[in-house]
Design a protein around this ligand. Sequence first.
Ligand code: THU
Length: 142
Amino acid sequence: MDSELIEAAKAAAANAYAPYSGFGVGAAVRLSDGRIVAGCNFENASYGLALCAETVALGSVTALGGLRDVRTIAVTGGRIVKGAITGGDPVRPCGRCRQVIFEAAALSGHDVEVICVSADGSTVESNRISDLLPHAFGPDAL
Ligand code: THU
């Protein structure tokens, strides 16, 4: 398991801007050249405009020209209690984020690993995007 990547996701979660849900999430992407790119969720007073951590991280990856080079993404988070991210359940990407991760997987032909981690570190779960989003709609369908 990529513990450096998990730590990067945890560090990003600490910067979550989530005053409305009170739920902070961090995501960190490992690229094929070893670089790590992180993101956190980013909410808005217009609630529906919230951006998820995975999407923020993959947007930054895209800005670096690395969408084809995504290999692994770690996700963690939980309820924010007195400024700390808490909880024992792993955060699994929402449906939209699975679709966004799938795009990177389809571009590279690499079945991206998604490591889902609980805030307290008690649960670390390795998944493949093909399992999280089977029968996906992707660029090949167009
Ligand atoms: N959230 C993420 O950042 N990633 C996910 O995969 C699930 C949900 C965020 C969105 C929102 O800011 C908060 O968690 C509560 O849904």
